[in-house]
Design a binder for this molecule. Structure first.
Ligand code: ADP
Ligand code: MG
Length: 357
């Protein structure tokens, strides 16, 4: 045996060195996320914001990956509790209880920063995105499932209470001036949550992830060798998960879709859905059935998709393009309208839709 070892010492040395190097490389790739092919990935599912959450995290270190998933869940829970007007302990609920008819309330600076951004989008869209629409959505019973078509008189009464010009946001706080007003984050909360998740991913040096929070999707980093993310767009008249096509975007993109198919009821063959036109008080009825906006901020993409759905194809597309956002507008005649920059990055899948000229 000793003689065998002595005679083959060089070969044995080489084998030991090779094994050592292989072990080192394997360990490094596994724990340091070196870009070779695609990172190992895992998909986690859950519920927050009253909606389905799906997280696919690309990361070779499986233990850290599970920890990051848990941290994202915690972040989502916290921001949901903070922004929900239904959570009696939230500042938003406190504000709606005590400041509905006037007085300035000094919100937490984080909420003030969201409100400021919302007011900006609200003004730019001439109120199509309306942060104080809650009295009207309550009348329609859209949030509690108590659906009914309200009377014209009731709608008129509510219109006076959802006038954004009566809403004032400064560093000192928020004031509502028209009496019996209220705020909520229904059309922007999931986008804000996506912004928060972005921060968790970057603070933890996660290589890549795709996270969907209801109608808002965040792409982050890369899957490995491939830096492009192909994000499917829901077929507004198909089953959940059916896509009309996909857009190609880079990491760090927030993609939000607003459609007439998410929450709706029908009376006499007419569809009444959850995106309301603050000018008429009725569900937006302009031929659009879905709007997708892709941009570099979650609050913006979420609020913009709602605003553009209300504004209609022409004004909405003009607004999206002026903001440098990618946009996909789908009309009831099953035509897909793309913003200028997106034409080369859209892949159509559904046979019954066509891309508008
Ligand atoms: P989803 O919640 O299905 O992702 P949106 O982001 O478009 O869709 O938000 C729709 C929600 O926003 C509605 O359920 C309602 O609470 C609220 N909302 C409806 N119309 C408007 C509007 N014009 N401006 C702001 N919020 C609105
Ligand atoms: Mg929205």
């Amino acid at each position: 045996m000793m003689r065998f070892l002595a005679r083959h010492r060089r070969i044995i040395n080489v084998i030991v060195i090779i094994a050592f190097i292989a072990g080192f490389v394997y360990f490094t790739i596994k724990t340091r996320d070196i870009k070779i092919g695609t990172y190992d990935s895992k998909t986690y599912s859950g519920i927050a914001f009253n909606t389905a959450i799906k997280k696919t995290i690309f990361m070779n270190d499986v233990d850290r990956r599970d920890q990051i998933d848990a941290e994202i869940d915690k972040t989502l829970r916290e921001i949901d509790e903070k922004l929900s007007y239904r959570n009696e302990d939230s500042e938003v609920a406190f504000f709606n209880r005590n400041y509905a008819t006037g007085g300035i309330y000094n919100f937490d600076p984080e909420i003030i920063s969201y409100l400021k951004k919302e007011m900006e989008i609200c003004k730019e869209t001439d109120g199509a995105f309306c942060p104080c629409i809650l009295p009207l959505t309550r009348l329609w019973g859209i949030e509690d499932g108590n659906n009914k078509v309200p009377s014209d008189k009731d709608i008129k009464d509510r219109l006076a209470r959802i006038d954004y010009k009566e809403m004032e946001v400064t560093d000192e706080g928020l004031t509502l001036n028209a009496g019996n007003m209220a705020i909520d984050f229904g059309a922007s909360g999931k986008g804000i949550a996506a912004d928060k998740v972005y921060k968790v991913l970057s603070d933890n040096d996660v290589p890549g992830a795709i996270i969907s929070i209801g109608g808002t999707i965040l792409t982050y980093g890369s899957k490995g060798a491939d830096d492009i993310w192909r994000v499917g767009i829901q077929d507004p008249r198909g089953a959940t998960g059916d896509a009309i096509g996909a857009i190609e975007v880079g990491g760090g993109t927030f993609i939000s879709t607003s459609g007439d198919y998410e929450k709706f009821f029908e009376v006499d063959g007419k569809r009444y859905h959850h995106i309301l036109d603050p000018k008429t008080g009725y569900p937006a009825d302009n031929g659009l059935i879905s709007v997708t906006i892709a941009t570099d901020n979650g609050l913006t993409s979420d609020a913009m998709s709602t605003a553009c759905f209300v504004m209609g194809l022409e004004d909405g597309m003009r607004y999206a393009e002026s903001k440098g956002a990618d946009a996909v507008f789908v009309t009831s005649d099953k035509k897909i309208h793309l913003s200028k920059g997106l034409k080369k990055r859209f892949i159509i899948k559904a046979k019954d839709y066509e891309i508008a000229k």
